[in-house]
Design a protein. Structure first.
Length: 400
């Protein structure tokens, strides 16, 4: 959460944003390319973010040097499995060091945005391996712009390199850019409303309650209601805060000619847990789907490690969500959150493929409403795990 506070919460950020968007509008409306201006602005914003923090600057520079070397080394021989493995490991190494040491409080190699920049760096390595990006597509300027683009730097949305490069190199017409600019401004205003009005209102007075906070543990119904209310409060706050950030990131991107992908699509209207992950933090879940779930599934099937497509998909869901939990941090609440959603996705996959009851009633209104309601409760309980609320509540029970 702290990373998002760096760019889209400080009032001075919006003053600077307004100042840099005026020249962007002038360039775009007169038919000029925004690519180099966008890179210069991104470097300027990141200089402000890291000002006075030489350790983070050193961490970012070291990361970029290592990631760039890994890409170029692999590009020289993209068919080499050994090079591919080492290139992925090198791109992941800074994040792994940071996550492992942050669990002890050391925070080595950490800098604002390391998680999301790592996603992009690893993605480029994989695309080089797959032949989607060649040596001629690895210009330093384009690579830096993709990794350091400031609206998406600290918390996404996670763009795709080829889609981003196509927008960056395109020069929209006056009318096309005017449409992008108008939509970008509206997205900035909508995001500000989500983050600074709705999220602040929902989050007021929030604190994860220990069991016994409502009635000393005597009235079970009152204790359960307090836990449920707080889980909903946190889940709604997280959505409003992150949706607000994502909309503002989209808005700033559009003003710079980059059609940043959306991150949320009515997640609390999800029909089941699989549908929820198609609606919640979409760019993150699709990244894991494409680069963890699908690749693990193919790897398992080639080696016949798991019998049957359904069982393979269930195991892949568990691996996928466990990795996602560890990506958030090496803490019990994050690991438990990943395992929990892995189990939910595996169960949902079985229900969709094997449950006769589901197939017989899935189009009936009562069943769809009931499944939506159950899904919402499961999702909110997941947020209670993620926030540490369940851990605090259990601590109250054990200490009571």
């Amino acid at each position: 959460m702290a990373a998002r506070q760096t760019l889209f919460a400080d009032p001075s950020f919006f003053v600077l944003l307004a100042a840099v968007l005026v020249p962007a509008a002038a360039l775009g409306l007169t038919g000029h390319s925004l690519r180099r201006y966008g890179l210069a602005v991104s470097l300027g914003f990141l200089a402000c973010v890291f000002a006075g923090n030489p350790a983070q600057i050193a961490g970012l520079v070291a990361f970029l040097v290592l990631a760039r070397a890994a890409v170029l080394w692999l590009a020289a021989s993209p068919g080499s499995k050994a090079r591919y493995g080492l290139a992925v490991a090198a791109s992941l190494a800074p994040l792994a060091v940071y996550k492992l040491t942050s669990a002890t409080g050391a925070d080595l190699w950490g800098f604002v945005g390391i998680s999301y920049v790592t996603f992009k760096a690893v993605q480029v390595v994989i695309e080089v391996r797959d032949g989607l990006i060649g040596a001629r597509d690895l210009g330093l300027e384009d690579w830096l712009y993709f990794l350091l683009f400031f609206p998406q730097f600290s918390s996404g949305p996670i763009d795709r390199s080829r889609r981003f490069a196509a927008d960056a190199h395109a020069t929209p017409s006056r009318d096309e850019y005017a449409g992008l600019l108008a939509r970008g401004i509206l997205l900035l205003l909508a995001g500000a409303a989500y983050k600074f009005v709705l999220a602040a209102w929902v989050h007021r007075g929030y604190a994860a309650p220990a069991w016994g906070s409502a009635s000393g543990g005597v009235d079970v119904a009152a204790e359960l209601w307090l836990q449920v209310r707080c889980a909903y409060q946190y889940g709604l706050y997280l959505f409003c805060d992150f949706q607000g950030y994502s909309l503002m990131a989209m808005g700033a991107s559009y003003c710079l000619g980059i059609r940043c992908p959306r991150n949320f699509r009515a997640p609390f209207a999800a029909a089941d847990v699989v549908d929820f992950w198609n609606r919640w933090h979409i760019t993150l879940s699709t990244w894991f789907r494409d680069f963890v779930f699908m690749r693990f599934t193919r790897w398992c099937m080639r080696r016949r490690l798991v019998h049957g497509r359904l069982r393979t998909a269930q195991v892949a869901f568990m691996v996928d969500m466990l990795v996602m939990g560890l990506w958030h941090g090496i803490a019990p609440c994050y690991i438990a959150y990943g395992v929990y959603h892995g189990l939910l996705l595996a169960t949902t996959e079985w229900m969709r493929k094997k449950s006769r009851f589901y197939r017989a009633h899935r189009h009936q209104a009562w069943f769809r409403v009931g499944l939506w309601f159950v899904t919402l409760q499961l999702v909110m309980f997941g947020f209670a795990i993620f926030s540490g609320q369940v851990e605090v509540a259990l601590g109250g029970v054990l200490n009571g």
